[in-house]
Design a protein around this ligand. Structure first.
Ligand SMILES: [Zn+2]
Length: 88
């Protein structure tokens, strides 16, 4: 198991903050006009929002994307994506 990131203090490569915590987030996979949300638990910089995925999470996301594209996962709609513009 890959636990190296939990054992040491990390600094954010974007904002240099050490305020990094494990959080539940929705990773977004874009497929044509659809956005698929994949709940994952990962390290997130609480200062700037940068996400840090460990190798296990990366593999999980790759696997999910592969299975979505080969229709092996039933996708459940939870809302609509809408576009708003002003003027034009
Ligand atoms: Zn940051």
């Amino acid at each position: 198991m890959d636990r190296f990131q939990e054992a040491e203090i990390m600094r954010c490569v974007v904002c240099n903050s050490d305020n990094i915590q494990k959080k539940k987030v929705h990773e977004e996979i874009y497929l044509d006009n659809d956005i698929i949300l994949v709940p994952v638990e990962t390290l997130v910089c609480l200062s700037c929002g940068e996400r840090y995925y460990d190798r296990r999470t990366m593999k999980y996301l790759e696997e999910i994307e592969k299975r979505i594209k080969s229709n092996e996962i039933a996708l459940e709609p939870v809302g609509q994506v809408k576009i708003a513009t002003i003027g034009g």
